[in-house]
Design a protein around this ligand. Structure first.
Ligand SMILES: Cc1cc2nc3c(=O)[nH]c(=O)nc-3n(C[C@H](O)[C@H](O)[C@H](O)COP(=O)(O)OP(=O)(O)OC[C@H]3O[C@@H](n4cnc5c(N)ncnc54)[C@H](O)[C@@H]3O)c2cc1C
Length: 601
């Protein structure tokens, strides 16, 4: 098994040289942070990842969660990990210091999450979910509810979850049926079912705190009638004693990958005694969830890039060691075989993985920085950053997710037959990565979000902010002789993006919404290639600056490798936009006009 699961040099290069993390440290709110403390934090994260997470990566896969009849038994390493993780203050690290947090910038926290997820994605999900649930309680619940639930969550003793999905309400949250009946005792009575709830019940914690969407009796139909509730498995009585709250774990699904974390089926209110505590105002549940959605979707992209990155490192290490065949020009069989990394096709597969992983990670860091800028700015700057983030969110969720599957498949290919065998770790990476195009809104839903909501948002204001940033990068890149041709390619691609967008919007203007959104997934892929090319151009600028400054912080090989991968992305990947453009323009609504009965044999 590989000993390296991420590149420290790359992570620091992206944080410091490409995305100028110092700009975030210079904000008053983050004044406790600087590059020295950043290095210490990244080292601590690495130690946790290598000591407590990576050793269980394969073991957790081979010993998946099991339903016991009332709860889900998970791997014995989860409990001590959660306790240690909490002890280190990681669960509430990004919270304000006056409530016990460390005010850690999101950009830095996410860099640490990337390290954790690279080491063991399943393990990283447990505390990540608690942090997300905690953030919702902190932002929208009363102080009283925060006092009841937060301390044990911060201590890693209680698990947080996000409970939205129901058997009949997956992509369509409009159809959520779980009911909340008001009482005059300060709580609602919850009745319904949830499915696929990550870490929704397990035996590594004392209690589970669900942040659950439900419909208050007589609330409007659709998403406008959804409210957010805290629904614990056990509720504390007035003396703090935990009483079963009628949240029944009725089973768990057995997943193809990401097996270390369970997904629970839940049934609430079988004995009419499930209490839910309203968070914020009635009927605003989805808007509260949406508030967290950008960050949650960045986290999905992050998980996907982390898994693909670890698979890349494994295949890279293998390709350096595995000897097979000879140079194409060498006909003498007595000459020793060469390491497969010397074959052009293996280099192509490694380059593609590197381009996907490092391009994705760059976009993840860019969006993490935007979250920090939004949280520490006001007025026009805040609004601009918000629009920018809205535009990037479906891309930062989907590109790493979809391409992570491609990338991990290439890692398998580099290992040949060994890659296909469970004695080697890369097949697990591919299985683990397959969840990402599905959860937190499927790729289909993200495509419609980008084209149907984000592009048209505020009369195209978000798209304008995004394009302005891309053109800024192009103008800057044109000042470096070695980047001019890439800047010109991106210039052409950006113009094409506007043309294609204009072409599709015509259908919306004519009221043909079905046709407008029919190829939204293709449009998302088309947009993503341009967006990641922009991230690679930003990296190219940072490489040129590093060479010019000759500070010696980065090795020559590292910088050359970056330039080669930039070239790869523009020559092999960005060119895909021209085929996609042809399909989008020429599809003539083929998928809309296809009739169900035509699928019959
Ligand atoms: C491992 C795992 C962990 C999960 N964790 C959680 C969790 O913690 N909390 C939680 O609440 N949920 C969770 N989920 C649920 C997850 O969010 C849903 O599976 C997802 O939203 C899709 O819903 P669905 O499975 O019902 O699929 P469906 O909604 O039935 O979708 C099936 C297919 O139809 C497509 N489709 C659906 N509607 C449309 C449409 N209008 N237009 C075009 N295409 C459409 C989809 O893109 C998809 O390809 C998890 C799921 C898994 C597998």
């Amino acid at each position: 098994m590989a000993t390296i699961f991420y590149s420290e040099e790359n992570l620091k290069f992206l944080l410091q040289e490409v995305h100028n993390i110092e700009e975030i440290f210079s904000r008053n709110y983050f004044s406790d942070y600087n590059s020295e403390s950043m290095n210490i934090i990244l080292d601590t994260a690495k130690n946790i990842a290598s000591g407590m997470m990576y050793p269980y990566f394969s073991e957790m896969d081979k010993n998946p969660p099991e339903y016991t009849g009332s709860t889900i038994r998970v791997h014995s390493s989860v409990k001590p990990f959660l306790e240690k993780f909490a002890e280190g203050g990681w669960i509430n690290a990004s919270f304000p210091s006056d409530i016990g947090g460390q005010q850690m910038p999101f950009i830095l926290f996410n860099a640490c999450m990337f390290i954790f997820a690279s080491a063991n994605y399943s393990m990283s999900v447990y505390p990540g979910l608690t942090s997300g649930a905690l953030a919702l309680i902190y932002q929208f619940a009363t102080r009283e509810l925060y006092q009841i639930f937060a301390p044990s969550m911060i201590a890693g003793k209680w698990q947080g979850t996000m409970a939205l999905t129901e058997p009949e309400a997956g992509s369509s949250l409009t159809d959520v049926k779980t009911m909340a009946t008001p009482t005059n005792k300060g709580y609602y009575l919850i009745k319904g079912q949830k499915t696929f709830i990550s870490a929704g019940d397990h035996d590594a914690v004392e209690n589970i705190v669900h942040l659950m969407l439900a419909r208050i009796k007589d609330a409007p139909a659709g998403v406008k009638g959804l409210s957010l509730f805290i629904v614990p498995k056990y509720r504390p009585d007035e003396n703090g004693k935990l009483i079963f709250n009628d949240v029944n774990c009725t089973g768990c699904y057995h997943k193809m990958g990401y097996k270390g974390a369970p997904i629970a089926q839940l049934s609430m209110g079988e004995a009419d005694d499930c209490r839910g505590y309203l968070v914020g105002e009635p009927n605003k549940g989805l808007s509260y969830m949406f508030h967290m959605m950008n960050e949650a979707r960045i986290n999905v992209g992050l998980g996907a890039a982390a898994i693909a990155g670890a698979a890349y490192q494994t295949s890279l290490e293998y390709a350096k060691e595995r000897r097979q065949g000879r140079k194409i020009t060498e006909k003498n069989p007595s000459v020793p075989q060469i390491p497969i990394i010397q074959h052009a096709d293996i280099k192509r597969m490694l380059l593609k993985q590197k381009a996907i992983v490092e391009g994705s990670l760059s976009l993840i860091i860019q969006t993490g920085k935007l979250v920090d800028l939004i949280n520490t700015s006001t007025g026009e700057e805040k609004e601009k950053c918000e629009l920018f983030l809205e535009m990037l969110t479906p891309i930062v969720k989907t590109y790493p997710a979809e391409m992570g599957v491609v990338s991990t498949s290439l890692a398998i290919q580099c290992l040949g037959g060994y890659g296909y065998s469970s004695e080697f770790p890369v097949e697990q990476y591919m299985r683990d990565s397959r969840i990402h195009p599905i959860h937190e809104g499927t790729t289909g839903i993200q495509g419609m979000d980008l084209l149907g909501r984000k592009v048209t948002m505020k009369n195209g204001a978000a798209a304008k902010v995004y394009m302005t940033e891309i053109y800024k990068t192009i103008a800057l890149a044109k000042q470096y002789p070695s980047l001019i041709s890439y800047a010109e390619d991106l210039d052409k691609a950006a113009a094409l993006w506007q043309e294609v967008t204009g072409f599709l919007i015509q259908f919306a203007i004519k009221g043909d919404i079905e046709r407008f959104l029919a190829d939204a997934t293709l449009f998302l892929e088309f947009s993503s290639l341009i967006c990641i090319a922009w991230q690679w151009l930003l990296q190219g600028i940072a490489v040129q600056n590093s060479i010019n400054n000759s500070s010696g912080s980065y090795s020559k090989d590292f910088l050359e490798g970056k330039m080669h991968t930039l070239a790869y992305f523009f020559r092999y990947e960005l060119t895909g936009i021209y085929a996609l453009e042809k399909s989008i323009r020429g599809s003539d609504g083929l998928t809309v006009s296809m009739q169900e009965n035509y699928f019959e044999d």
